[in-house]
Design a protein around this ligand. Structure first.
Ligand SMILES: CCCCCCCC(=O)CC(=O)SCCNC(=O)CCNC(=O)[C@H](O)C(C)(C)COP(=O)(O)OP(=O)(O)OC[C@H]1O[C@@H](n2cnc3c(N)ncnc32)[C@H](O)[C@@H]1OP(=O)(O)O
Ligand SMILES: NC(=O)C1=CN([C@@H]2O[C@H](COP(=O)(O)OP(=O)(O)OC[C@H]3O[C@@H](n4cnc5c(N)ncnc54)[C@H](O)[C@@H]3O)[C@@H](O)[C@H]2O)C=CC1
Length: 412
């Protein structure tokens, strides 16, 4: 992500100092950034003079005069805290310290800084130089000046800034979690990644969810599941493979990561990438899924297209209602903008919350009730109370939902 962020900044004429830990990574990063910038200037006809200069270094102290830092290291809380503590001693006292975490607690990261009021989440979306969204994540101690500066940065980068509250995954990725989980369960039950993706792409998504995961890198989610103790060394010995705290869990993405399949970056993930970005179905995965199902005694079945679409989308939408209920997003329109500009949601369908209203909230509620009855061990399929409330009030149009939601706030 650091590479795409550096390109976005440079394109806006902002000079950048890119910091890495190892010479080898620094060299690879420099090469990738330079080739992105060359393409960029050819495509947009930008003269090099209009690009902000980018220098590359292994020395964090070079950041001492910068106005703003965007941290994009591995998704690991201890590492992020260590970086924010170092940045506090290196950077000017008025420098804004931003984190590109995809879901960690902004306030905990800020606690490691000497100026928590100047710590703000600037969550970019892959590919970072292409996707238009910037989630600006506001912790309980983030100052209005920090939020306003991050929103101004979004504008300068020609991105769409949306201010969101602080909770695990914020808005976009929090909604993506139940969606990806449904996608894994569909594979367990008999579907193939390309079948799920085809249904989502026919709905209008720029990419199906398995292609998106391969693009982002499966290791990001894996690191965050390890942080949460769902897999890895923190998992208590003897934990059942397909259950966590009485809830259904799919270890499929963990198994892929353990075997080095991290997506596009390693040439294999849910798909095979023989040509850099061309996803082809992988026969290995097909036989792996068959072995997995027989190991756990799962009777494979043909999963219909309607079921694929409803389970993926309605679980995502249901989480959107919870987010509104808790005041993590300021409005349903904010959620819709996040999905259209950050996740390739089909523009003509208006965004997930508007789509739910178009489908009919009573239908969404009925379907969620049905799927929750069929899968009682998946608690996030239980319809949210906000959805129930809206249906009880006759499903008012989206612009009237604001009256029923909590004021925008941080929940951590
Ligand atoms: C459970 C939680 C786990 C969380 C994990 C962490 C994730 C996060 O925190 C948040 C995220 O980032 S989630 C991912 C969000 N991104 C998406 O959903 C992408 C959806 N795809 C798209 O919008 C278009 O297909 C896309 C824009 C990619 C391509 O569109 P087109 O095909 O119309 O455009 P092109 O003209 O061919 O390309 C435009 C630029 O995009 C580059 N590109 C295309 N495919 C790519 C790919 N597969 N991988 C990387 N870059 C890609 C393409 O090179 C071009 O860039 P430039 O050549 O530099 O202009
Ligand atoms: N991959 C994605 O789609 C997205 C990732 N993010 C977030 O961005 C961050 C980075 O993720 P990716 O770019 O996917 O990971 P990555 O593994 O591709 O890159 C992380 C980079 O951080 C560098 N690094 C590690 N420790 C460092 C240190 N102490 N100082 C300087 N550099 C250091 C590594 O050498 C590596 O190049 C994570 O917090 C992730 O959650 C956010 C949005 C989307």
């Amino acid at each position: 992500m650091g590479r795409g962020i550096a390109v976005s900044l440079s394109r806006a004429g902002i000079p950048v100092i890119a910091v890495e830990t190892e010479q080898k990574r620094l060299k690879a990063g420099r090469k990738a950034v330079n080739s992105m910038l060359t393409r960029e200037s050819q495509k947009r006809g930008l003269a090099e003079a209009h690009l902000g200069s980018i220098s590359f270094t292994l020395d964090l102290r070079k950041l001492r005069d910068t106005d703003l830092v965007i941290e994009a290291v591995f998704e690991d809380m201890a590492l992020k805290k260590q970086i924010f503590s170092k940045l506090s001693s290196v950077c000017r006292p008025d420098a804004l310290l931003c984190t590109n975490t995809s879901g960690l607690n902004i306030d905990e990261i800020a606690s490691a800084a000497s100026r928590p009021e100047l710590v703000v989440g600037t969550h970019f979306f892959a590919p970072a130089h292409v996707m238009k969204l910037l989630e600006v994540v506001c912790g309980p101690r983030t100052s209005p000046v920090a939020v306003a500066t991050a929103m101004q940065l979004a504008k300068r980068l020609e991105k769409i800034g949306v201010v969101v509250g602080n909770c695990s995954g914020f808005v976009g990725n929090r909604m993506m979690r139940p969606y990806t989980e449904q996608a894994y369960y569909l594979l367990e039950e008999g579907a193939r990644p390309e079948e799920v993706d085809l249904v989502l792409e026919e709905f209008g998504f720029a990419m199906g969810i398995f292609r998106v995961m391969d693009l982002s890198g499966l290791d990001v989610g894996w690191r965050s599941r390890k942080e949460l103790g769902l897999t890895g060394p923190k998992l208590p010995p003897g934990t059942e493979a397909r259950s966590r705290g009485g809830r259904r869990y799919s270890p499929l993405p963990d198994i892929l990561c353990e075997s080095g399949r991290l997506g596009q970056k390693t040439g294999r993930g849910w798909y095979l990438y023989e040509k850099e970005r061309v996803a082809t179905p992988d026969p290995w995965l097909q036989s792996f899924l068959e072995d997995y199902r027989s190991r756990f005694g799962i009777q494979s079945r043909r999963v219909g297209q309607d079921e694929i679409l409803e389970r993926c989308l309605y679980s995502l939408i249901n989480e959107g209602f919870r987010i509104l209920q808790e005041g993590i997003a300021a409005s349903p329109e904010d959620i819709d903008v996040i999905y259209v500009s950050g996740y390739g949601w089909p523009r003509h369908r208006g965004g997930p919350m508007f789509y739910a209203w178009m489908v009919g909230l009573p239908k969404v509620l009925d379907k969620l009730e049905h799927y929750h009855r069929t899968h009682p061990d998946i608690p996030n399929l239980a319809p949210s109370s906000m959805l129930r409330k809206l249906v009880a009030r006759g499903s008012p149009p989206v612009h009237q939902w604001r009256a029923l939601i909590q004021q925008h706030s941080s929940q951590l």
